[in-house]
Write a protein that binds this ligand. Sequence first.
Ligand code: ATR
Length: 485
Amino acid sequence: MTSQNEQLAQIGVVGLAVMGSNLARNFASRGHTVAVYNRSPEKTRTLIADHGSEGDFLPSETVEDFVASLERPRKAIIMVQAGKATDAVINQLADAMDDGDIIIDGGNALFTDTIRREKEMRERNRHFVGAGISGGEEGALTGPSIMPGGPKESWETLGPLLESIAAVVDGTPCVTHIGPDGAGHFVKMVHNGIEYADMQVIGEAYQLLRFGAGMEPAEIADVFAEWNKGDLDSYLIEITAEVLRQVDAETGKPLVDVILDAAGQKGTGRWTVKEALDLGVPTTGIGEAVFARALSSSLDQRAAAKGKLPTGALKTFEDLGLSKEEFIEDVRLALYASKLVAYSQGFDEIQAGSDEHDWGVDPRDLATIWRGGCIIRAKFLNRIVEAYDNDSDLPSLLLDPYFNGELKDLIDPWRKVVLYATQLGLPAPVFTSSLAYYDSLRAERLPAAIVQGQRDFFGAHTYKRIDKEGTFHTLWSGDRSEIEV
Ligand code: ATR
């Protein structure tokens, strides 16, 4: 499609399903010439037919033509199905490219795949950038939050291009170089994990208002719209209000009542938790959110258990003896507290991952680029930026003076809501487990001393003492004296 006389493209996009097409259109709308290629040419033709007039596109029907239509160093973003397809396309591009050209994977790749691919490409003198892109279809088109990893040199070339298409908050584009090799995909993974927890806590708040206080979806939509004006101001709260207001055209019922209550998942939440387990970071909020989706989708088991398990003596909302307004406010504060814990845990995982892989991820930069474009964008992230501005080595976000001050006001309502949920028999796994995490973190003593005693008893696993150095074992099956080992 191109000859030497023709214009070359500053950037190329491979894979023209919705995300890829929208990203290509975003580049074109910012004045870049964009090379586009898709395995099946129909998608390329459709993009050009439907949106070709929006900017300068250079369509190709072979990888070789596509690569030839790119300005050097060539820069191509891959937006294909994660997994084998990504490897296939990377290799096709690498074969057609030259030394120093840059291949960017904008899909949701597992960060360990990205580490492997970056190494393979480095050995072939190609630059490989695994970039997390968040914002869904709309964000890809109008301004996503972008989390590129890979070699720092690639960022020098790629940075201005990505900055031109990213969301912008207070004049700052929502993109920055996250760190080497898999760093970008790692933080995107944890971003998605946090998203799972954030969605779940909103769901738990809905559940309490709906089946605790007996409110109708439209009324709850108004409550959420109101919440969206305060500390909870965020994209997810905003869209939840929209979902709750939606009426099903076919039945005239609230849409939420006709949607099957079985949540799907594509895997990034699960990856976040698996990785947290390996790193030994207690991301309990994200874990509960992933398990909540799994439980919701266990439809056969749920059907078998429905109405069959004893409930004990449940209370009604009236029994709680508080006004609807008080309840709504307590739920709002419990949501805020649980959300704070989920973010704090997510940032802990990022810190642990960064330490493990020596990535040098700056949590402040990350909070900055999550303020716009991505699904977890929220006013609250400004506070996280300030927290890391004040102390870049914060041991936990919960210990930041601002959040610590907030927690003074949140803790009592949070405890009450966990109690209400239990008394009403309504599941609130993230509200509940986040409070348990919080109480564990601040505890003077944990039952881990008992666990250590048990481990020493049955397996001679030894223990340490609080009052002196060394490792000890009690001769449990002997005279029960203690020895130093
Ligand atoms: P969506 O869910 O939005 O459709 P996806 O499934 O993540 O997106 O990705 C689909 C894209 O991956 C398509 O562009 C698809 O190309 P086709 O239109 O030809 O199917 C691309 N894709 C999938 N497997 C591929 C492969 N092995 N080689 C090249 N492209 C591939």
